[in-house]
Design a protein around this ligand. Structure first.
Ligand SMILES: Nc1nc2c(ncn2[C@@H]2O[C@H](COP(=O)(O)OP(=O)(O)OP(=O)(O)O)[C@@H](O)[C@H]2O)c(=O)[nH]1
Ligand SMILES: [Mg+2]
Length: 511
């Protein structure tokens, strides 16, 4: 397989798909854990259930993730919209299944608190009704908060109302976000003391423990601290069971949510807030009525007041709706929660289906693109192959042409060579003939020279002197006419030979 870059993996969606698979596995696991917590799926014997509560941002999820080494506990997904942001994480410890139930924190907006309380009351009641018992409760408290007011106070009140006195020994308050040293730490230590002595005094008296999640430096230190705290409580709680007050009230006593201790705390706060909202609305109306001057400025002010009035009215409506909800029995809450759960699930399912259709369309387009690319590639390949085939053919043809040219040239050269050879033969023959002729000539000349030499000797001999007179005329005329000396000499010799014929040496020399 060819190596692929991260970039190409991202583009092809491989990483996306892998992450989605992990997320799906996470969702599947979380649903299973959630169902086990509700008792819809039987927990294994010895399973330990721990409820984790605390203000938003106090460090609940981080603590869960660190204490059971489940960093994926931080992954939030769509399912939380079904479970009102409640999530259950499972781990194995000492050969037991441990379930940590992460809950949303109560805050300043009371009608939202109502939703949170309804969800907690509902799920914990269902769980209890199905014989699933809570072993321990961890309450995470941010020690860095300046004062214990507003949402922090509501949270503590709700904690007490939900757990009840009987469950106080099973509660551990974990303080987070400690400063390492200095003045801030002194203030935090003072706040911790206040918690023990004032705000949580009743709980501490009943056995609630307050511990510091006091770590500085690395993530490793943070995890080590969380693990140590968690293990300490795990050994304390693993064989203990606590019935939360809200469970007892809603299941055993079958009271409405508004009649539970936690419900009453919230109801009281909501009524107080409703009164404040009504007062605000009254003030707004009065301000608008007294504003008689019709100027641009006052008109703008009136608009603002009108907007504020609508906002307050809407909040009041939510409050009344929430207070209405308080009167519902657990069965009615259960029915409504179930409806809500199913509606959310359908929404998620629709979202997933839409996403699937979009993915299918993506895939179809991709497939189309791929096919188009393949056919192009095929055409290209054929073209390339043809070109590849054409190349040697062309080369072969060129070679062929060159060969014929060479052959032609070679034939011409051969012919020329043959001609040349023939000519050469001719010339050789001619040369030989010439040579023979030359040799002959040489011989002739030599012999003639010899004769001439001899003639000279004869000329110089005393006898020839005697003959000079007779022959002188001939030699003289030869010289004067410029004729070949040899010819003259020959003639002369002929004369001499005539005279010398009887004896070759004529005996003249000897004489
Ligand atoms: N300094 C410090 N930061 C912490 C500590 N515990 C958690 N945090 C940080 O606080 C922030 C909130 O932590 P979470 O664990 O998400 O808080 P939470 O209570 O689950 O918040 P919600 O889910 O919104 O209710 C994160 O950025 C954490 O990293 C701690 O002990 N010290
Ligand atoms: Mg959280």
């Amino acid at each position: 397989m060819p190596s692929r870059t991260i970039g190409s993996l991202c583009e092809s969606g491989v990483i996306d798909a892998a992450l989605k698979t992990l997320e799906m596995r996470g969702i599947e696991e979380e649903v299973t854990s959630f169902l086990t917590f509700l008792g819809a799926q039987r927990p294994r014997p010895g399973s330990v259930f721990i409820l984790v509560m605390g203000l938003t941002g106090s460090g609940k999820t981080s603590f869960i993730a660190d204490s059971i080494e489940r960093q994926d506990a931080k992954v939030g997904h769509e399912l939380e919209s079904c479970t009102n942001s409640m999530a259950v994480f499972q781990a194995r410890l000492e050969e037991r299944d441990v379930y940590l139930i992460d809950t949303p924190g109560f805050d300043d907006t009371k009608w939202e608190n109502m939703e949170i309380l309804t969800a907690i009351a509902h799920y914990f009641s269902v769980s209890y009704a199905n014989n699933v018992f809570i072993n321990g409760i961890i309450y995470v408290h941010r020690i860095s908060d300046n004062k214990l007011g507003g949402a922090a106070r509501t949270n503590l009140e709700m904690l007490k109302g939900l757990c009840g006195r009987d469950a106080f020994p099973n509660v551990s308050v974990i303080t987070t976000m400690w400063s390492p040293d200095g003045q801030e730490r002194s203030k935090q230590e003072y706040r911790e003391q206040q918690l023990k002595d004032i705000y949580l005094a009743d709980m501490v008296k009943e056995g609630t423990q307050i511990v510091r999640h006091d770590w500085f430096g690395t993530m490793f230190d943070r995890r080590a601290s969380a693990k140590a705290i968690f293990q300490r409580f795990f050994y304390m709680w693993k064989d203990d069971q606590a019935t939360l007050q809200i469970q007892h009230e809603m299941i055993n006593r079958q009271v409405s949510l508004g009649s539970t201790t936690a419900g009453r705390v919230l109801q009281l706060q909501m009524l107080e807030e409703s009164k404040l909202l009504e007062k605000q609305l009254e003030n707004i109306s009065e301000s608008r009525a007294s504003d008689v001057q019709v100027s641009n400025e006052s008109r703008r002010g009136d608009e603002i007041l009108g907007d504020k009035g609508s906002e307050v009215r809407l909040m009041l409506q939510e409050h009344h709706k929430a207070l209405e909800y308080m009167r519902l029995s657990i069965l009615e809450i259960h029915r409504r929660q179930q409806e809500r759960f199913m509606a959310q699930l359908r929404k998620i399912e629709d979202g997933w289906k839409d996403a699937l259709s979009a993915k299918k369309e993506d895939y179809r387009l991709l497939e189309q693109e791929y096919q188009r690319h393949q056919s192009l590639r095929r055409e290209e390949t054929i073209g390339e192959r043809e070109a590849a085939l054409e190349k040697p053919i062309r080369a072969e043809n060129e070679r062929h042409e060159l060969l014929s040219q060479l052959q032609e040239e070679s034939q011409i050269q051969q012919l020329a060579l043959t001609h040349a050879l023939e000519r050469n033969d001719d010339l050789t023959k001619k040369l030989e003939d010439a040579k023979i002729a030359l040799d002959k000539k040489k011989l002739e000349t030599n012999s003639k020279l010899e004769i001439a030499e001899r003639a000279k000797q004869v000329w110089n001999s005393p006898l020839s002197q005697a003959l000079v007179t007779g022959g002188l005329g001939i030699v003289g005329s030869a010289i004067t006419t410029g004729k070949d000396f040899l010819q003259s000499t020959m003639k002369l010799l002929t004369v001499v030979e005539v005279y010398c014929a009887p004896s070759n040496d004529c005996g003249v020399v000897d004489d």
